[in-house]
Design a protein around this ligand. Sequence first.
Ligand SMILES: Cc1cc2nc3c(=O)[nH]c(=O)nc-3n(C[C@H](O)[C@H](O)[C@H](O)COP(=O)(O)OP(=O)(O)OC[C@H]3O[C@@H](n4cnc5c(N)ncnc54)[C@H](O)[C@@H]3O)c2cc1C
Length: 438
Amino acid sequence: MQGNAKPTEEGRRPSSARRAPSPRDRGEGEDIAIIGGGIIGICAATLLAEAGRSVTIFDRTGICEETSSGNAAAFAFSDVLPLAHKGMIRQLPRWLADPLGPLAIPPAYLPKLLPWLFRFWRAGAARHFEASLAAQAGMMKLAEAEWMGLLDHSGTRPMLREDGSLELYESEAEFRASLSGWRARERFGIGFRHVEGEGMAALQPGLSPRFVKGTFVPGWKTVADPKLLGKAIWAYAERLGARFEHARVERIGTGTNGVTLMLADGTARKAKQLVIAAGAWSHLLAKDLGDRIPLETERGYNTTLPVSAFDVKRQLIFSGHGFVITPLETGLRVGGAVELGGIERAPNFARSKAMLEKAKRFLPGLDPSGGREWMGFRPSLPDSLPVIGRARAPNIVYAFGHGHLGLTQAAATGRLIRDLLLGQAPPLDLTPFRPQRF
Ligand SMILES: Cc1cc2nc3c(=O)[nH]c(=O)nc-3n(C[C@H](O)[C@H](O)[C@H](O)COP(=O)(O)OP(=O)(O)OC[C@H]3O[C@@H](n4cnc5c(N)ncnc54)[C@H](O)[C@@H]3O)c2cc1C
């Protein structure tokens, strides 16, 4: 992949540009440390490296090896509705009644989850919902602009698929129930077209006749493979000087002159500033810094079949069943679902199998054999908005909690983090995303 870093706006620079010696160059430790090599940490590191800062990512596994590696690959720029809304809350009893359905809560985890569930339910109230919707819509505009820029700078635009998505409904009632959501999206200029009959079959041949209607969203995009994209963006960041250290960060020491990272091997690293982008584990680090953030994980499951399993033309969305099918360069990915079960419990791959069985019913020609199962931890806040902003402790910023939309919002988050650390005015009002909002 060729890097063609062009300075398209303030803060960006060509990789060859001369820069002032950084703290790393002077042997004073890192300029900026980032905990977490998922897509959020990768994008933050890349935009900071483009701006000439020396950056090191610390991750206990690797670059794009956890939740960011196996997701459904959507740049879901039109997905602006917060999860807590009346239509969704109405579905909860039906979903919870099916142990392998779209939403599950292991009974033993329920007591721990109750405070989060209460906040989630409260976020669905009209006033809160509207505020989150407006914030999410603003974030998505920035998300699209920043991703398109970053794909170009990093030479990864060939990994983008611009086929749109097709959401499918099994009854008139299900279709009608979706309309208020589409009207809300329309208010923010999101394009879509309801389809049926031949129009629907042309968008996806081979669908089961159980689907009576669909909605086509032309602006929806996917990527060739989220793990390959993350690694390709990182390769670009490395060419700009960003570095990786394989290490688990156990504790963070703070002070007015910078931060100290205490690593699991007993050594320590210093940095002037720190970004915490540790996905579903971020709240554990934030708690030690005096910030209590109600981060939960919505565990999601999928199976990636061989590319030859079926000719899927674009991402297919089965909202009523809580899963999607994405055609990737590396396979056909079938999955989704939400399991509010915390970060410790072992995966229950019966969920992946249940979605695959449904996929076979929905696309009768699908070959379900030869798949690879996966589970990932969506880092989720009750109002469906990420945390982007300064910690209580000095020199530390947070970038986590993107739930279902971390891939979609990664480049925008990187841009906002870069602006915060460089003391530049961000292009968005960050109030709805502040860590202290709970
Ligand atoms: C089934 C499923 C489908 C999804 N589909 C989509 C989609 O289509 N589009 C979309 O936009 N989003 C999607 N998502 C959501 C998206 O994958 C996540 O929001 C995103 O990957 C989160 O990225 P992250 O960088 O915050 O976290 P992660 O990718 O989890 O990265 C966090 C990293 O921090 C590291 N870490 C944690 N603690 C420490 C520590 N103490 N020391 C060192 N390292 C540490 C971890 O090892 C990990 O590598 C989906 C998620 C799932 C589960």
